[in-house]
Design a protein around this ligand. Structure first.
Ligand SMILES: NC(=O)c1ccc[n+]([C@@H]2O[C@H](COP(=O)([O-])OP(=O)(O)OC[C@H]3O[C@@H](n4cnc5c(N)ncnc54)[C@H](OP(=O)(O)O)[C@@H]3O)[C@@H](O)[C@H]2O)c1
Length: 403
């Protein structure tokens, strides 16, 4: 011990530059990591008994959003295309939250995990029929829905293989199906004291190409996008629809906002990327990703704030990054483009949903939309009854909105 103390006393840290260089390097790494990890949700408000739908909640950012909201008392429905993975995720969330819950009375033999409500339901956004079915089930089960978080998304999907509904995959999974789901759930959202819709977009929307005459890119002249461009286009559509839907919902208690999680590592987002599937690339890029990208928990913070912060009660139609409102790209602020896309989306979905635009009104006035039962609902009589009920609600709601 004495020898060690003497060594310390005799050591001269300035005899060499290495300790200073090492300290500086650690300082730079810590600073970069702190800056890149973004802002945390600035509150820990409870959302007791609020009914929350999180699409793609079985993994990645969606899992973190679901866990945080379940921990704040929300009743969480994980909408997943892989039901087994969804049920597994629900179990993990409940177990982890249960472990953190203090046991009030040791005599109680109930499992603290059971105090949390997290359940998985089947939803495949590649199928609009599945969207209808999911919405009908949910509306039959719950009297209202408080929060919908459209988190599920794909990138680098095969742009040459359309979905069963005939749409490009990025377009349908990232935009069209969430759009339809929102429309179907609106009557239930409007029953909430304060309904919130949160879309997860991406920085990539800034790189999107969009044609004003065919913003949805579905015409016969549609541009054939590369997967990366198709992703960017779908995320710009999400942003524009958020802007227009916010106008449609003006005067109601439902808000709609969209956010970017930033660049997030440790999720399966890039699973289809040819570059990122290579182990060599993964090994080389890992330290950089660790340094410059967020982890899923950090990526979830913005959506968590949008879903829970009472200060955002009246904030609608905005684009958020790192928990703050930020400017989007110029096309992302174009009201005419937003309206054009919104109307085209409804017309495009008409064949499968009977969502209709009754008449086109000038920009400053709200459009009048009607939502009717899906044409093939007879295949599922329960679904039909419920969707009809929803449709009636929607028509009435829409009329009230227009009035
Ligand atoms: N990670 C990033 O750097 C980044 C950057 C910008 C934006 N985002 C956005 O953030 C959101 C979450 O991404 P993530 O990083 O957490 O990626 P992820 O790990 O791949 O999670 C995506 C989720 O979406 C689900 N999903 C995909 N296709 C679906 C479909 N057809 N029907 C239903 N669910 C489907 C996935 O389900 P399966 O597990 O069954 O595949 C998964 O649960 C996405 O919208 C993404 O575009 C991410």
């Amino acid at each position: 011990m004495e020898r060690l103390l003497t060594m310390f006393e005799e050591a001269d840290p300035f005899a060499t530059w290495w300790p200073t260089i090492a300290a500086l390097a650690v300082g730079v790494v810590i600073t970069v990591r702190t800056l890149m990890s973004g802002q945390r949700c600035p509150n820990d408000n409870q959302i007791n008994e609020q009914i929350v739908v999180v699409t793609g909640g079985n993994g990645g950012i969606g899992f973190e959003i679901a866990q945080a909201l379940a921990g704040r008392g929300g009743r969480i429905i994980l909408a997943c295309r892989n039901l087994k993975a969804g049920e597994r995720a629900a179990g993990i969330i409940k177990r982890e939250l249960g472990c953190r819950t203090p046991i009030i009375s040791p005599d109680e033999d109930d499992d603290p995990a059971d105090r949390y409500f997290v359940e998985a339901r089947y939803l495949d956004l590649c199928s609009l029929r599945s969207v209808h079915h999911f919405a009908s089930q949910l509306m039959a089960e719950f009297e209202r829905i408080d929060i919908v978080i459209h988190n599920a998304g794909v990138v680098f999907a095969n742009t040459h293989v359309p979905t069963e509904d005939g749409f490009e995959r990025h377009s349908q999974v990232n935009y069209l199906a969430p759009f339809l789901l929102t429309q179907l759930l609106l009557p239930h959202l409007r029953r909430s004291e304060q309904g919130r819709i949160v879309f997860v977009s991406a920085h990539a929307h800034q790189a999107a190409k969009i044609d004003f005459d065919d913003p949805l890119n579905v015409g016969t002249w549609a541009v054939k996008f590369h997967a990366r461009e198709a992703f960017a286009h779908s995320k710009l559509c999400v942003l524009l629809a958020t802007r227009w839907l916010a106008r449609e919902l003006k005067g109601t208690a439902v808000t709609v906002n969209c956010c970017t999680p930033g660049l997030v590592r440790g999720t399966r987002h890039f699973r289809n990327s040819p570059l990122m599937s290579s182990i060599c690339v993964k090994a080389v890029t890992y330290p950089w990703m660790w340094l410059f990208m967020k982890n899923p928990y950090e990526g979830a913070q913005c959506a968590i704030r949008l879903a829970t912060d009472p200060q955002l009660k009246e904030v609608t139609g905005e684009y958020f990054n790192d928990c703050e409102i930020v400017q989007s790209s110029e096309p992302g602020q174009d009201k005419e483009l937003a309206k054009k896309l919104y109307m085209q989306t409804i017309r495009t979905l008409e064949s499968v949903t009977k969502l209709t635009v009754d008449k086109e009104l000038p920009l400053e006035m709200e459009s009048e939309l009607r939502l009717e039962a899906p044409p093939d609902a007879e295949a599922d009589s329960d679904a039909e009854t419920e969707t009809n009920r929803a449709a009636e609600g929607a028509s009435v709601d829409r009329q009230t909105l227009v009035e």
